[in-house]
Each structure stands twice: as structure tokens, then as C-alpha cells.
Design a protein around this ligand. Structure first.
Ligand SMILES: [Zn+2]
Ligand SMILES: [Zn+2]
Length: 397
């Protein structure tokens, strides 16, 4: 039987696991209940399992009966601090936590793929590492798993690594999307504190008002984006938090803001890290103020290997038909900590449409929304693709 048919046969059980994880979402690096559910799903399979020390990860190694290389498959497991507002029968039972990014699907699909590949263990030409990862949403769980040795779990480094990510919007259900080169942005955080001298709002000349200078910084950052960066190597800066003062007639001592910076190349990222603090400092000085601007590097650019992305695209076309895959024209401005894996191992990150029936992908709620819905119909094909990518890549040697 083809892997795709086998995945369809166990789709009900994959959906059950997904629903159980969805009902009890956990946030961050410590996901003991999710880890338990994964371990139960993997029970009885011929896997070498090791658990994370500093995080509740699960690393499962499947050694095939025939010699060959190592391939890594990754599924992230963490939820978001969002209170679910869907009326799904398996909606989150926990206020303030929701699988709003679909990581419950990734976990269930990866467990399904482990089952399908385990059934073929005797003829499998090589080794598969299943990387069940906590803490994707801002905790750099992938980086921690790398430092705990996930890439060496099989004794030798993988020749390729793959990850799938579902989307509740944009892509029609069942559509796969990837591209060679930059797939997702680097995401960094800018933290700015502008220090002045508070006073009476009616006599600003006797104070040092940080608010106009901070406002100038916000707009100057947008000018920086358009004047210092190549339009074909774009960057995005968005100030998402801005705080100063308390009432209308008091000039505060300081103003603070936070911004996210997205970029798609090492050069642009390095330029941002240098130019942003410089611009902030210069504007503060121009107004007789001081400012601290901290540029903190979070997730690097997710760069797909051109050959591995092409291989993944061909695999989609061969398994599901040419109409089921698209070569994404542009990268996504979101970010992913699978980027840390792809800095070490060539591979590909693919998106998979999971927009529910009856919804227009263009207007459906996006990932991270409290009303985002991911359709179970994507589960069997996501499971099959994980397994096919591993099997075919091992067969290539
Ligand atoms: Zn997310
Ligand atoms: Zn995600």
C-alpha cells in the first residue's frame, strides 16, 4: 500500500491525537501533558526515544534495517497565549492557551509519520530522527534541542531536514507551498528607552520632553527602511508597543517603545543591528536627550536549500499531483526557529493549507487568531508527506 493510503487509513487516529492535544494546549518549553500524549502515541514502535533535559522535547530515532543516511523530520508542539473563541467540539479547555498556530496538527502528523515509517523499518535504507519540539513561539526551542544534541541523536548528522507548517488562511486546504532560498524572515526585537527630564506640560522649555523625540524615532525608522536598504532585499520595522506619560499636563521622564525588525539576508540583518541603535542615539542627541536602543537577535532567516526545496516540490507533485504544490513567489515575513536547524543541515520548510471548508482562504482568520480553524482534512496528507520525504530522501542516499 502507498504511504498516502496508509496515512488515510490512520487519519481518524491522527485526528484523535490532534484533538486531545488541542483540548489541553501548553505554552513554552515545558509541555508535560503534550509530551505524555506523544509518548503514548509512539508506544510499541521500534524507536530509540530520549527526552529533553531543559525542555519537554521528544527525540525518536528509527533505525532502518538497511544501511543509509540520516534524515530529520521536525514537528513543533507548543500553543499560544490566546483564549480560544471557536466553537469546535475539541476547543481548548484552558483559558489563555490555544493551539492557534496549528502546532497540534504538526505533532499529530509527525507521530503518524513515525508509525508509517516504523511499519517499514526492515526495508528502510537509513535512519530517521523525529524531532518533537516545544517552544517554537518565541522560546527558540529548536536551538535548545540542537544544544542538547538532537542533530547527533542518530550518531551521525542528518543529510537533510524537513518541517511542515499548516496555515488556516491564504492557501487552499491541501495545497503545499515552498521555495528555494529565503522562506521566512529573520525576526529581531528593538527595545528603546528615551530619557529626558519631566516637568510641567505648560513649560516644556524647562523640561526635556522625551515624547516628540520618540515619535520622531518611530517615523525615522520607516525612512531608514526605505533609504538604507535595497528594495530587492527588503526589511520591515513595525513599532508594536509605545508607552510614555500618564496625564495630559505632565511631561514624563522617559518614553519607551518596542519594535520588531524582519529581514531576509544576513547583510540586511547586520545592517539593521548597526544602523537602528545609531539612528536612535543620534536623534536623542539632537534633542539633548539620551536613549538606549537594544537590538536583540531572535530567529535567523529560514533558508531552504535550493536542491532540497526542489526535491520536496517534486515529491509533492509525484505523491499528490502537480496541482497540489506551488512554488512560493515570495518568502513569508513571519519567522521560525526551524531556521536554527537549517543553519546546520540543508533542508526545506513547507507550508500546508488547512483552511476549513466554506471559508475563503483570502479572508479566513489567520494563524494566531482566537478564531483560527485548521481543518483535519490536511492531516492525512501532511502525515504522508513527512513520511514520503524521509523515505525518498533516504533512498537517494
Ligand atoms: Zn505561530
Ligand atoms: Zn507556528
Amino acid at each position: 500500500m502507498a504511504l498516502r493510503d496508509e496515512a488515510t487509513r490512520i487519519a481518524g487516529e491522527i485526528a484523535e491525537l490532534r484533538h486531545a492535544i488541542h483540548r489541553e494546549p501548553e505554552i513554552g518549553l515545558d509541555l508535560p501533558k503534550t509530551q505524555d500524549k506523544v509518548l503514548t502515541a509512539l508506544e510499541g514502535l521500534p524507536l530509540e526515544i530520549s527526552l529533553g533535559r531543559g525542555l519537554s522535547s521528544v527525540t525518536a530515532v528509527l533505525r532502518g534495517g538497511r544501511p543509509g543516511p540520516v534524515v530529520l523530520l521536525r514537528g513543533d508542539m507548543d500553543a499560544l497565549p490566546v483564549t480560544e473563541e471557536t466553537d469546535l467540539p475539541y476547543a481548548s479547555a484552558i483559558r489563555g492557551a490555544m493551539h492557534a498556530c496549528g502546532h497540534d496538527l504538526h505533532t499529530a502528523m509527525l507521530a503518524g509519520a513515525a508509525r508509517l515509517l516504523s511499519a517499514r523499518q526492515p526495508e528502510l535504507p537509513g535512519t530517521v530522527i523525529f524531532m518533537f519540539q516545544p517552544g517554537e513561539e518565541g522560546y527558540a526551542g529548536a536551538k535548545r534541542m540542537i544544544s542538547e544534541g538532537v542533530l547527533d541523536a542518530a550518531g551521525e548528522r542528518p543529510v537533510a531536514a524537513y518541517a511542515l507548517h499548516v496555515s488556516s488562511s491564504r492557501l487552499p486546504c491541501g495545497m503545499f507551498s515552498t521555495r528555494g532560498g529565503a522562506m521566512l524572515a529573520a525576526a529581531d526585537q528593538i527595545t528603546v528607552t528615551v530619557r529626558g527630564r519631566g516637568g510641567h506640560a505648560s513649560m516644556p522649555h524647562r523640561a526635556a520632553d522625551p515624547i516628540p523625540a520618540a515619535c520622531e524615532m518611530v517615523t525615522a525608522l520607516q525612512t531608514l527602511v526605505t533609504r538604507k536598504f535595497d528594495v530587492f532585499d527588503p526589511v520591515v520595522i513595525t513599532v508594536g508597543s509605545f508607552h510614555a506619560g500618564t496625564v495630559d499636563n505632565v511631561i514624563p521622564d522617559e518614553a519607551r517603545f518596542l519594535a520588531t525588525a524582519r529581514s531576509f539576508s544576513r547583510e540586511s540583518r547586520d545592517a539593521l543591528a548597526e544602523l537602528v541603535p545609531q539612528l536612535i542615539g543620534d536623534i536623542a542627541r539632537a534633542h539633548g536627550l539620551t536613549a538606549e536602543a537594544e537590538y536583540s537577535r531572535e530567529y535567523p532567516v529560514t533558508v531552504n536549500d535550493a536542491g532540497e526545496a526542489a526535491f520536496a516540490g517534486e515529491t509533492v507533485a509525484e505523491v499528490f499531483g502537480a496541482g497540489r504544490g506551488e512554488a512560493a513567489e515570495f518568502p513569508i515575513t513571519g519567522a521560525e526557529d526551524f531556521s536554527f536547524v537549517l543553519e546546520e543541515v540543508p533542508g526545506a520548510f513547507l507550508m500546508l493549507g488547512a483552511c476549513p471548508p466554506g471559508q475563503d482562504p483570502e479572508t479566513a482568520p489567520t494563524n494566531h487568531s482566537a478564531v483560527a480553524v485548521f481543518d483535519d482534512a490536511a492531516l492525512a496528507d501532511g502525515t504522508a508527506l513527512y513520511a514520503e520525504l524521509a523515505l525518498r530522501r533516504l533512498a537517494r542516499g
